[in-house]
Design a protein around this ligand. Structure first.
Ligand SMILES: *Cc1c(COP(=O)(O)O)cnc(C)c1O
Length: 382
């Protein structure tokens, strides 16, 4: 192949469209602190998601949005009958660093639950066994844009009085039965990082059920400052700037077209890789409008005769950058050495050793998809 194909390729508006969007800033000189572009994007996103703008807050990135909502919902602040802080959060190790790090950085304890083998989201049937009198919340992840079993997760949460925060970093523009993923649980965090389907270069948002949280979230992202001479609590700094918001305004205009182009790439992959023994594809979910954010394949070496790593290497040699996403499990990171036992989440462990995400983005040509599939199939058949 001529030029290297990376696993993703950030979408961008034309230079003219972006320049048009930022032009007025040379008159206003208002560059951050919830300016015109920030407020416009917040409104546009609320409309896109079908929610009120009182139920969304924008952030400088998804990770700090997650840390902020963890704090705003008071996780770990309540005590149980024995007078101990309820600081345990049930979550998945099959995710990006951010999910687990946010929990740990807020002085909470991640309790890892195994995932479902079909769509890699947390297995609700395994939640109950992990609940103790110290559990305060569940933080599941809509992995690859696959929606979690939100109904059964909510049932468990309601039964035990737990909060639910979704890491929806992969699930922007995903809908179930015509409703956006913003409606599940107490809150959902979206990432608008450059590698995501919709992006603001760096950015993120949190959508939440209780509109009363909004002022607190806005103060949190601005040092806890509540008035010109009052700072009521120890907040952070996590504001989205105007250039990022302007990028978001432009990108949102083209999002549905981009997703449609991704759908065609996804379809091409499926044509070539369905029914290849030993290669498992992500199963489409009933009633779900997907965003085609990722294209994971699960390689069973005992059937294919080649490992995930063999395919990764072969692709690399042909100029294709696939990604072992997510590998390793977050519970196996160096920084958590000796703290967690990954054999307690055997399905997540197996999947993490077998998974490879193939390049997918709106402008990936179908010829390139063919060539990528040729490389994958040449490994399998040798
Ligand atoms: C990208 C991502 C995040 C973090 O988002 P940032 O905007 O990069 O801070 C969190 N969780 C998952 C699963 C992600 O993929």
């Amino acid at each position: 192949m001529d030029k290297r194909i990376l696993v993703t390729h950030s979408s961008m508006p034309t230079l003219d469209e972006y320049v048009e969007e930022i032009k007025e800033m040379w008159e206003t000189h208002w560059l951050t602190n919830m300016g015109v572009k920030h407020m416009q994007l917040e409104k546009n996103l609320a409309e896109y998601l079908g929610i009120s703008k009182d139920n969304i807050a924008l952030f400088v990135n998804g990770h700090l949005a997650l840390e902020c909502i963890i704090e705003a919902l008071g996780l770990g602040k309540e005590k149980n009958q024995r007078g101990e802080y309820k600081d345990e959060v049930i979550t998945t190790p099959f995710t990006f660093a951010s999910t687990t790090h946010a929990i740990v950085r807020k002085n909470l304890k991640p309790i890892f639950c195994d995932i479902r083998p079909d769509n890699f989201t947390i297995d609700p049937a395994k939640l109950e066994a992990l609940i103790t009198d110290k559990t305060c919340a569940i933080i599941p992840v809509h992995v690859y844009g696959n929606l979690c079993d939100t109904e059964n997760i909510q049932k468990v949460a309601d039964q035990y009085g737990l909060k639910v925060i979704y890491d929806a970093a992969h699930a922007f523009a995903v809908e179930k039965d015509g409703k956006s993923s913003a409606f599940f649980g107490d809150a959902s965090m979206y990432s608008f990082h450059a590698t995501k389907v919709f992006h603001t270069i760096e950015g993120g948002a949190v959508c939440f059920k209780d509109a009363a949280l909004k002022p607190r979230l806005n103060e949190w992202k601005n040092f806890g400052i509540t008035g010109p001479e009052t700072t009521e609590f120890v907040g952070g700094n996590a504001k989205m700037n105007e250039f990022a918001a302007a990028m978001g305004i432009c990108n949102l205009r083209h999002l549905d077209d981009e997703i449609e182009k991704r759908r065609k790439v996804d379809q091409k992959y499926r044509e070539r890789l369905t029914e290849v023994s030993g290669i498992q594809l992500d199963m489409p979910q009933n009633g779900v409008k997907h965003n085609y954010a990722y294209f994971p394949i699960i390689v069973d070496e005992t059937v294919t005769g080649c490992s995930r790593d063999d395919i990764f290497d072969a692709l690399d040699e042909s100029g294709v950058g696939a990604r072992k996403y997510f590998y390793p499990l977050t519970s196996m990171y160096h920084c958590y050495e000796g703290m967690f036992d990954s054999s307690k989440t055997p399905i997540a462990l197996t999947i993490s050793k077998r998974v490879l995400t193939l390049p997918i983005y709106a402008d990936l040509s179908l010829e390139d998809v063919d060539r990528i599939c040729d490389v994958v199939l040449s490994c399998v058949r040798n």
